[in-house]
Design a protein around this ligand. Structure first.
Ligand code: ADP
Length: 465
């Protein structure tokens, strides 16, 4: 704006194939413009910047790349900023071109045939090696090519795709991605903020896949079915295929989860970043053969990738939850405070159960089983979620998100609740044990719908107001 002293405006001239890397803490913000008169173009993780438009950034570590050379003007003080000459962008572009060839081939096939299915790429590797960034770049490039990628986020600890953390989610991107916000965390109830169709969201409620891996795998299976049925209704998405981002699986404990994802989503390319060892394990697990045409490839990590420490990750997460309820500078939202009565006939609150404690509980229960019945006769669904009696609802749920599921409170059994997709989220402000009710923030006014509610263990310890 005019009020900003020109001495705080930096100009950075980039040569072709260079990248401007910057970091901004949560406590400040900066504005970047692709200089109006500049001859060149620039992009942020695959999405093009418009000339002269101000883009505002806060709490991020990011980069603006140029194929042509360009000039940027920056208002405010980034905590880190430099120009990098070496980037893996050419390799990422080549990967995009290879995927695009497969999409062209898919578009040429009759819609109902297997061949109409575009490439399905899975990105795996240790933390902070650029998995999410590559997912954004591939998404941005395919959108610019006029495609409609379905992006799937299986990382429950990180940012969701158009939703809050603690979830796994899928969304079809048909229009340009948001430069400032990437995959974003728009509320599912605000249609104007949604690019195409409501994202598909499952609330997992744990930080890592291990804590409840049975349910994690089950939700992945559910999501794969739902994604496939969405693709059947949308030939453009089907031809474009899938881009799947994951948590940092380590190959020792999560080999079976990776195989599960590969099978459920019929993955055609596995791209490994940042781990030679994981790459070799994958090559062995998915050897090239005509019966399983899975491509295993290695991708270089950008030197710009930065390790994010726990407090930083928490601030990103909190910001995503906050944004779900309160919006941001571009689109402010005012959530409503609503009360939920525990003694209402439609009160149906469930909690996720982690595998470890549930197997301990199972051991305990086995000794009470009638003679002749064994462990396998216990319902498998009982273990992943359990219903809470009103007396069990206490202050441990304060400052947690609650998922409003797509299953009616009155029909809700453990199986339905354990597998249901999410309608939207509430945030618990206060639990009043004496009055048997809780106060929640809701993105929409009025009573909370008579749906089953599910509370998890993650994300935890947030203070929104
Ligand atoms: P992962 O998904 O493997 O955990 P990310 O893609 O989230 O890794 O990258 C880790 C961090 O590094 C993120 O904050 C991301 O924005 C940042 N980052 C990635 N590539 C670059 C780059 N080229 N320049 C600056 N920061 C980057």
């Amino acid at each position: 704006t005019d009020s900003i002293d020109s001495s705080t405006i930096l100009t950075r001239d980039l040569k072709p194939n260079q990248e401007f890397r910057f970091e901004v803490p949560a406590t400040s913000s900066i504005t970047i413009r692709l200089t109006a008169g500049t001859a060149g173009t620039a992009e942020l993780f695959g999405t093009e910047l418009s000339k002269g438009l101000p883009y505002t950034f806060t709490c991020c570590k990011s980069a603006i790349y140029t194929w042509t050379g360009c000039s940027l003007s920056i208002e405010g003080a980034p905590s880190v900023e430099y120009i990098a000459e070496e980037t893996p962008m050419a390799t990422y572009l080549n990967l995009h071109i290879a995927l695009e060839k497969l999409r062209v081939a898919a578009s040429d096939c009759p819609p109902t045939t297997e061949g109409a299915q575009g490439p399905r790429i899975l990105l795996i590797g240790p933390p902070d090696v650029g998995k999410t960034t590559v997912a954004k770049i591939l998404t941005g490039y395919s959108i610019r090519q006029g495609r409609k990628p379905m992006v799937i986020n299986l990382d429950t600890a990180g940012e969701g795709v158009l939703t809050v953390p603690g979830t796994i989610s899928a969304a079809s991107f048909g229009s340009v991605m948001d430069v400032e916000d990437g995959f974003g965390s728009s509320p599912m109830s605000a249609p104007s903020a949604i690019p195409v169709k409501l994202p598909l969201v499952y609330y997992y409620g744990f930080e890592t896949a291990e804590s409840g891996s049975r349910r994690y795998k089950r939700l992945i299976s559910r999501m794969a079915v739902a994604v496939n049925s969405r693709l059947e209704e949308d030939i453009e998405s089907k031809n474009t295929g899938l881009i799947i981002d994951t948590p940092s699986f380590d190959n020792q404990t999560n080999g079976d989860v990776i195989s599960h994802i590969v099978a459920e989503f019929s993955i055609t390319t596995i791209a490994i970043l940042g781990s030679e060892r994981l790459y070799n394990t994958m090559l062995k697990s998915f050897p090239p053969s005509s019966s399983s045409p899975i491509n295993v490839i290695k991708l270089p990590t950008s030197g710009g990738c930065v390790d994010r420490d726990a407090p930083y990750k928490k601030s990103i997460r909190d910001a995503a939850v906050k944004k779900y309820f309160f919006g941001d500078a571009k689109c402010t939202l005012s959530p409503y405070t609503v009360s939920i009565e525990f003694d209402s006939p439609t009160f149906s609150l469930w909690e996720v159960v982690d595998s470890l404690s549930s197997s301990a509980e199972r051991q305990k229960n086995i000794s009470f089983l009638p003679i002749g019945e064994d462990e396998s006769s216990l319902s498998a669904d009982e273990e992943v979620v359990k219903r809470l009696a009103p007396g069990d609802v206490d202050s441990r749920f304060e400052n947690m998100v609650v998922a409003v599921l797509q299953v009616d409170a009155k029909d809700a059994g453990a199986k339905e609740v354990g597998e249901s997709a999410v309608m939207g989220f509430l945030f618990v402000q206060e639990v009043d044990e004496k009055e048997r009710r809780m106060k929640v923030l809701s993105p929409v006014p009025g009573r909370v719908p008579a749906k089953a509610l599910l509370v998890g263990r993650w994300p935890e310890g947030m203070f929104l107001t």
